[in-house]
Design a protein around this ligand. Structure first.
Ligand SMILES: *[C@@H]1O[C@H](CO)[C@@H](O)[C@H](O)[C@H]1NC(C)=O
Ligand SMILES: *[C@@H]1O[C@H](CO)[C@@H](O)[C@H](O)[C@H]1NC(C)=O
Ligand SMILES: *[C@@H]1O[C@H](CO)[C@@H](O)[C@H](O)[C@H]1NC(C)=O
Length: 488
C-alpha cells in the first residue's frame, strides 16, 4: 500500500478514535469497592456519557480487557507500592511495561496514553518514603517504553498532591516544598522533554473541610465575597488560586510554561457538613463550565488545563475513612452507576446517563428481626460496620436519624450484601432476618449488591469488536478505491 493510502488511513483512524470536542474531560475509575459494576458495563456507561478519557490507579487486567477497542484514552498507574522495585531494576520496569502496557496496546487493544508513576508520592503524610524512587522509576520505565517501541505514544506523568507546593498567602508566591525542589526540577525537565503535562490534584473541598476560616463561597465558582487580590490579579475561586500557585512554583524552577493537567478534582456528596448533593453539583458544574469556557487563569489567560479528570466515577465503600467518612462518597455516580445529580459534562449530553444492565443480586435485604429486642446486637453491629460500610448512618450521612432499630437493620444489610447475600451472613445469632420488602426510607437507601461472579462471562467485545470491524471494512474500501485509481 502506498504512503498516501497509509497516511489517509491514519488520518481516518485518528478522526474516529479521538473526536477533539471530547478531549478535555475524563474521570478517575477507582475499584475499591465490594460491589463492582462489571467493567464492560462501566465502559458502556463511559461511552454513553461520551467520556473519552479515563484514569486508573493500577493496571487491573479485567478493566483493561474491557477497555480494549473502546476508543477511550487510558492512563494506567504504577502503584506507590510498586515504585521501589521498578526504580531499582530495569528488568522490573521491563516486566511492568510488558505485563501492564505492551500486552494491551495495538490494533483493537487499549489506547494507553499515559502511565502514572506513583500516586501522590510526595504527600507530606508519607514522610518522604516514596519520593526518592520517582525519578529512577520514570527513567527505567521510559527506557522500557523505548525498547518496546512505545515511547513516542505512551507518556509518563506523576499525579502530585497540591501540598507539594505552598504559598505564604498569594498564588504568585507559590513555591515547591524545599525538600522537593531538586526532584521537582528533574520531574519538570523530564515532562518538558517528553511533552507530557504536570499532573496535579486540586481539592477546594479539603481546604474548606480542614479550615474553619476558609470562606465557603471561595470554594465554588459563583464569585466570592472574599476574593484574593494578588498584585494586578484577583482570584474569585480556590481552584484558580491553587492552579496559579502551581504555575508560580513551576516558574521558580524555570518551567513556567509547562502544561498542567488536573489528575483529580471533585466534591463528595456526604460524610461531612459541606458534603452534600447540592454542593457537589454546584462545584462540579461550576468546574465544567469553567473548563468549557476556555478562559484559563490570571497567570495562564486563555489556556485551560490540558485535561481534567473528575474524582470520581463511583462511590467506593472500601476506601479508608481515616481522612473522614466523605472518602467513600466522591462519585458522580453511586456505587452501581446511577447518577447522583444532574451534571452537564459539556460532551453533548445535558445530564448524566445511568449504567444499564447492572447485574444486581436478587431483591432481598437483611434487617433486624422485629421479634427480637436489641439487647445483644452491639457486637454484631460493630463487626458488620467494620467490614461493610455504615458511614451513611453518621451525622452528615443520608441515613442519619433513621432510628436505633433501622440503624441495626442498615448495618446488617450492608454486611449481608457485602457477603453476596450468603444466608449465614444474615444470622447474627438469630437477630437478623431476610426480607423481600425494600426497607429503604426517604433518602436512605438500603442497597442491593452486585453479582460480580458474572462479570467475566459478560462479553467485553460487544461494541469494541464492532468498532474494530468497522475500521477493517473502511480499510478494505479505502484500499479498493486506491487500487481502482491505480495508486496501489
Ligand atoms: C504489573 O505487572 C507486574 C508484573 O511485572 C505485576 O506484578 C503487577 O501486579 C502489575 N501491576 C498492576 C498494577 O496491575
Ligand atoms: C451543603 O453544603 C454547602 C456547602 O458547604 C452548604 O452551604 C449547604 O448549607 C449544605 N446544604 C445542606 C442541605 O446541608
Ligand atoms: C445510629 O448509628 C449512628 C452511627 O453509629 C449513631 O451516630 C446514631 O446515634 C445511631 N442512632 C440511634 C438512634 O441509635
Amino acid at each position: 500500500m502506498g504512503a498516501f493510502a497509509a497516511a489517509l488511513l491514519a488520518l481516518l483512524l485518528a478522526a474516529m478514535a479521538a473526536p477533539p470536542a471530547e478531549a478535555a474531560v475524563g474521570v478517575n475509575w477507582g475499584t475499591l469497592s465490594s460491589h463492582r459494576v462489571p467493567p464492560p458495563v462501566v465502559v458502556d456507561l463511559l461511552r454513553a456519557n461520551r467520556i473519552g478519557k479515563v484514569k486508573l490507579f493500577d493496571a487491573d487486567p479485567a478493566v483493561l480487557r474491557a477497555l480494549a477497542g473502546s476508543g477511550l484514552q487510558v492512563m494506567v498507574g504504577v502503584t506507590n507500592a510498586e515504585l521501589a522495585a521498578v526504580a531499582g531494576s530495569p528488568a522490573a520496569a521491563d516486566a511492568w511495561v510488558a505485563q501492564n502496557v505492551s500486552r494491551y496496546v495495538g490494533r483493537g487493544g487499549v489506547d494507553i496514553r499515559y502511565i502514572a508513576v506513583g500516586n501522590e508520592p510526595f504527600l507530606t503524610s508519607y514522610q518522604g518514603q516514596f519520593q526518592s524512587y520517582v525519578i529512577p522509576a520514570m527513567t527505567n520505565i521510559q527506557q522500557s517504553l523505548v525498547k518496546a517501541n512505545l515511547a513516542s505514544y505512551v507518556k509518563l506523568v506523576v499525579p502530585c498532591n497540591a501540598d507539594a507546593y505552598q504559598s505564604a498567602s498569594l498564588p504568585s508566591q507559590g513555591v515547591f516544598r524545599t525538600e522537593l525542589t531538586q526532584i521537582m526540577t528533574q520531574l519538570a525537565a523530564f515532562l518538558s522533554s517528553s511533552g507530557a503535562p504536570f499532573v496535579v490534584n486540586i481539592y477546594p473541598f479539603l481546604s474548606l473541610y480542614q479550615s474553619s476560616d476558609f470562606p465557603q463561597d471561595y470554594a465554588f465558582f459563583e464569585g466570592s465575597t472574599h476574593p484574593v487580590v494578588d498584585g494586578p490579579n484577583t482570584y474569585y475561586n480556590a481552584f484558580d488560586g491553587n492552579f496559579d500557585t502551581l504555575v508560580a512554583a513551576l516558574g521558580k524552577i524555570g518551567y513556567g510554561q509547562l502544561p498542567i493537567a488536573i489528575g483529580e478534582v471533585g466534591w463528595p456528596t456526604e460524610g461531612a457538613p459541606s458534603a452534600n448533593l447540592t454542593a457537589a453539583r454546584a462545584f462540579n458544574q461550576g468546574l465544567m463550565n469553567r473548563v468549557m469556557n476556555n478562559k484559563g487563569t490570571p497567570l495562564r489567560p486563555g489556556v485551560p488545563p490540558a485535561d481534567v479528570y473528575l474524582f470520581s466515577l463511583f462511590d467506593e465503600e472500601q476506601k479508608s475513612i481515616l481522612p473522614g467518612n466523605f472518602e467513600r462518597h466522591w462519585g458522580i455516580f453511586s456505587f452501581d452507576g446511577q447518577a447522583k445529580y444532574p451534571l452537564n459534562l459539556g460532551l453533548g449530553n445535558p445530564v448524566l446517563k445511568n449504567a444499564r444492565e447492572v447485574p444486581y443480586l436478587p431483591s432481598r435485604w437483611c434487617i433486624a428481626n422485629p421479634a427480637q429486642n436489641l439487647d445483644n446486637v452491639a457486637n454484631h453491629l460493630k463487626l458488620a460496620c467494620s467490614m461493610a460500610d455504615c458511614t451513611t448512618l453518621d451525622y452528615g450521612g443520608s441515613c442519619y436519624g433513621i432510628g436505633e432499630k433501622a440503624n441495626v437493620s442498615y448495618a446488617f444489610n450492608s454486611y449481608y450484601q457485602q457477603q453476596k447475600q450468603d444466608a449465614k451472613s444474615c444470622d447474627f445469632d438469630g437477630n437478623g432476618m431476610i426480607t423481600y420488602l425494600d426497607p429503604s426510607m426517604g433518602e436512605c437507601r438500603f442497597l442491593v449488591g452486585i453479582d460480580d461472579s458474572k462479570s467475566s462471562a459478560v462479553s467485553s467485545c460487544g461494541c469494541g469488536c464492532g468498532v474494530c470491524c468497522g475500521v477493517w471494512v473502511l480499510f478494505f474500501w479505502v484500499f479498493m478505491y486506491l487500487r481502482m485509481m491505480g495508486s496501489v
